[in-house]
Design a protein around this ligand. Structure first.
Ligand SMILES: *Cc1c(COP(=O)(O)O)cnc(C)c1O
Length: 225
């Protein structure tokens, strides 16, 4: 077994252990392999080890990988520039990092009519003090309702990227907040089902709070170049 296949096994065991410890409902958690700055060879190894969903942050870098491996499911998880919306809408199955109405309209307009609707999560910035990407919690409902009106987008849920913390209880707090925001959307009648949260260092805490997609890079591929 190569290193990547061995790492994937370890990550899958971490996910299963967390699901068991926190008695999560039976819906399977998607392990999204974050392959930014990883070679096509490494991505192939992860696919051969059974992974299907891959996350990329940089459009230019992603396009050649997608061209070589179009059978995989590609998720865009990086900052979205408006001049990249067409490429994103044409080549990805998911966007996790939607944080503006204008970008939502561009993606909707650029999604090819013969493709399935683009799955989208809204990126939420839960740390009001930081200037990180994402919308504040108070803006979630309005953007969610706008996305619901766009026929070529399918609103799936919420994503967040919190400040790293070494403490498990501290790690859980922003994930719990995001889960509550998803519940608010469900109670407002929106058909959302996805919490994209948790990375190499904190996927157990995210699973404890109901993550449905964990985005894991380093723990699968090792340090990025
Ligand atoms: C890079 C990245 C990840 C993966 O982080 P690791 O710590 O390598 O697991 C997850 N989500 C986003 C949005 C990222 O940019």
């Amino acid at each position: 077994m190569n290193d990547i296949a061995a790492n994937i096994k370890i990550v899958q065991q971490r996910i299963h252990a967390a699901e068991k410890n926190f008695a999560k409902p039976a819906e399977p958690i998607t392990l999204l392999a974050v392959s930014k700055k990883q070679s096509i060879e490494n991505i192939k190894k992860a696919a051969e080890a059974g992974l299907y969903a891959f996350g990329e942050n940089y459009v230019q870098e992603a396009l050649s990988k997608i061209e070589m491996l179009p059978q995989l499911e590609w998720h865009f998880i990086g900052a979205i520039q408006s001049n990249k919306c067409t490429a994103i809408a044409e080549h990805f199955a998911w966007v996790h990092s939607l944080s503006s109405a204008v970008i939502a309209q561009h993606l909707n307009h650029a999604r090819p009519p013969d493709a399935a609707p683009l799955n989208v999560c809204l990126q939420v910035n839960l740390e009001q003090s930081s200037n990180k990407a994402g919308i504040p919690p108070s803006a979630v409902l309005e953007l969610a309702q706008l996305v619901m009106t766009l026929p070529n987008l399918r609103l799936r849920g919420l994503m967040t990227l919190p400040e790293p913390s070494a403490n498990f209880e501290e790690q859980r707090k922003p994930f719990r907040q995001l889960a509550r925001l998803l519940l608010d959307l469900q109670q407002a009648g929106l058909p959302v089902d996805t919490l994209s949260m948790g990375m190499s260092q904190d996927c157990e805490a995210a699973i404890a709070e109901g993550a449905t997609i964990v985005r894991v890079g380093t723990a699968i591929f090792g340090e990025r170049l």
